[in-house]
Design a protein around this ligand. Sequence first.
Ligand SMILES: Nc1ncnc2c1ncn2[C@@H]1O[C@H](COP(=O)(O)OP(=O)(O)OP(=O)(O)O)[C@@H](O)[C@H]1O
Ligand SMILES: [Mg+2]
Length: 247
Amino acid sequence: MGKIILVKNLSLQLGDRYVLQDINFEVEKGSSTVIIGPSGSGKTVLIKTIVGIFKPLKGDIFIFGQNIKKLNEDGFKKIRERIGMVFQNSALFDSLTVWENVGFYYLYHTKKNKEEIKKMAIEILKKLGLDEKVADMMPEELSGGMKKRVSIARALISKPEIIFYDEPTTGIDPITSENLTDLIKKIHIDFNTTDITVTHDVKLANKIGERLILIDNGKIIEAGTYYELKEKSNHPLIRSYVEGGEK
Ligand SMILES: Nc1ncnc2c1ncn2[C@@H]1O[C@H](COP(=O)(O)OP(=O)(O)OP(=O)(O)O)[C@@H](O)[C@H]1O
Ligand SMILES: [Mg+2]
């Protein structure tokens, strides 16, 4: 079928607020989807719900063809292992070294030995353009761009088939953002990943977004391929994205 993710009639309540309302979309295997929308519109909550951090009030989420609410803990863990998540603001653990952050899942959730995990972490850090020396550094010693690379390495270490990036270039200078954009594109090709990226960065969206989803106030307002929306959307935010750079 080619649909690696299918979201059907998804609604989510947090506290007394409906944060997501009747969300429907699908993601093709190997594609790159960009989610845009104003601050507070529900973008982060949406991707966190897909990876099981929040429990939906209504609706279904199918990943790799399986309805995640029908899976037991073990079944869900198997799915979750095939998904990488790059959290907004990098979300590194300050008290752990870079390699411990990158190898976090293996250190705390498997019985792999430390040396082996460190080797895996260094290998992935190098692939992302970071020197071996960075492995023993603490997060506070890193620049913003390096932190983003480390958080990408943490997501990539398990060779995920799907990667969620939440604002991967936010708060970073333009040149570093451009390098990160190229890196995300390279990972998409080299690792053959399916990408879902939340971003306010028009240049990043232009470079990597094959499909765009616009969310406002917990609802999908518009969705379509980059070219479809470029052709027919009148929404100011969509216009700024499709006109904001060269495809
Ligand atoms: N853990 C939580 N508990 C209660 N409400 C939450 C929680 N996390 C987010 N929200 C609320 O859900 C709504 C959507 O938040 P979300 O973080 O998804 O926005 P966003 O679109 O990612 O914004 P930004 O672009 O600023 O990152 C907001 O009103 C927010 O206050
Ligand atoms: Mg967010």
